[in-house]
Design a protein around this ligand. Structure first.
Ligand code: NDP
Length: 375
């Protein structure tokens, strides 16, 4: 993930809208429509659940989405609400700091969630990872330690722990299989973050063995979607390209500068597809869910599209969507990052889940959401 952020640079002054403001508006919308505490969400589509008969979770079961204002958490909350779940528990960081063990314990004791999606984490780009390595390891270890232990004490049925494709060894055989975890050196710049996440996976595995829990790590590819971070200083490659294309079009510029050679390959997963994958796993019948949780292997499953594109292809797609017909200029003085990072998604596909949003469609949806923030 971090290396993606090295692929884009700040090329134009922020001309359109402060990215922080855009994100703040998105967060405010989310805060307004979602909970901030445990009030039941509106249930727009309960009949669907009953008709399909596929849901193994009671519509009124408590589901705690930690990190509900983030890219992943916000998509999960919206997808759960659309699926008819009525007790989606959320807390802002101000209401519940997950690095505070006592507060987390009290929250679980009081609300007794049955399912947890742990999408809260300290997440950042290469610069943040290099500048604050101590915070990355300390905060992520603390958040996951507290939430996983409190989940055990509260008897949580299933917990999904957000891992990441960027915690696999830096030079993995491609496509990356789940078995590749811990088989080689990590990317140096995000070691503290990656090791915290790997400890979280180890913790889920240990808890499953010792306490009979059913905790599973989900390992998404690079994510993008509405509510993404469009701040050029810290954003991932896709929102950065999108923003640059929008700015270039508005200012009449004929050039769009992309970091690196444009040849590295990346897999991108739309955040709403990620949310659907989480729901699929939460609802999966016991036998199939437990096939992912064995004593002999870490409990993890890759989530992606199984397809990647070059950065050049991605930039061309973004330009098509935005309607920018200028020239792409590749700044080869900037680093390329890892040459390829493609997940093997055979495991989740064999269970019956597949990403449904084509990359260009997802980019168009993200562009639309970004455009709405600009209006
Ligand atoms: P975001 O940064 O968008 O969201 C993280 C969320 O965690 C925010 O809502 C934040 O709250 C919350 N949070 C952080 N620290 C605390 C704390 N101490 N107490 C309470 N809440 C806290 O991250 P993403 O949604 O992008 O990522 C979610 C997970 O998915 C992470 O574990 C990440 O590693 C993983 N992932 C992400 C990928 C990506 O491309 N984005 C790719 C692969 C994995 P607040 O809003 O208050 O800051």
């Amino acid at each position: 993930m971090s290396d993606l952020r090295t692929l884009t640079g700040i090329t134009t002054p922020v001309a359109i809208l402060g990215a922080r403001r855009a994100r703040a508006i998105h967060l405010r919308k989310l805060r307004d429509r979602s909970l901030g505490d445990s009030h039941p969400l509106e249930c727009p589509d309960q009949s669907r659940m009953l008709d399909e008969g596929g849901c193994r979770i009671h519509p009124e079961s408590g589901i705690f989405v930690a990190g509900h204002r983030g890219l992943v958490g916000s998509a999960v909350v919206q997808a759960l609400a659309a699926r008819g779940y009525q007790q989606i528990l959320t807390r802002t960081r101000q209401q519940l700091d997950l690095t505070d063990a006592n507060a987390v314990e009290s929250f679980f004791a009081e609300t007794r969630p049955e399912y947890v999606v742990l999408a809260a984490a300290k997440v950042g780009g290469i610069l943040a990872n290099i500048t604050y390595p101590a915070e990355f390891i300390r905060e992520n270890l603390a958040i996951q330690n507290h939430v996983i232990e409190a989940s055990r004490r509260a008897g949580v049925h299933r917990l999904l722990f957000l891992g990441s494709s960027c915690i696999y060894p830096k030079l993995c055989p491609q496509p990356i299989k789940e078995e590749s975890l811990l088989t080689g050196p990590l990317e140096a710049t995000n070691r503290p973050y990656a090791l915290a996440k790997i400890a979280g996976i180890e913790m889920c595995w240990s808890y499953n063995r010792q306490y009979g829990t059913s905790y599973l790590a989900v390992m998404p590819a690079n994510l993008y979607g509405p509510g993404d971070n469009f701040d050029l200083r810290t954003s991932h490659v896709l929102p950065a390209l999108l923003r640059k294309a929008v700015e270039a079009k508005r200012t009449g510029s004929r050039e769009l500068v992309v970091w690196g050679t444009g040849t590295p390959r990346r897999e991108l997963l739309y955040s709403e597809d990620m949310a659907q994958a989480c729901i699929f796993l939460l609802e999966l019948e016991d036998q199939r869910y437990h096939s992912l949780i064995s004593e002999s292997d870490p409990p993890l499953v890759n989530i992606g599209t199984g397809k990647d594109v070059t950065i050049r292809e991605l930039a061309e797609m973004v330009c098509r969507v935005v309607g920018f017909d200028g020239e792409l200029v590749f700044d080869t003085s900037k680093p390329d990052g890892t040459p390829r990072k493609l997940l093997d998604v055979g495991k989740i596909e064999a269970l019956g889940w597949r990403a449904s949003t084509a990359l260009e469609d997802g980019i168009a949806l993200t562009y639309k959401a970004f455009g709405a923030l600009l209006d």
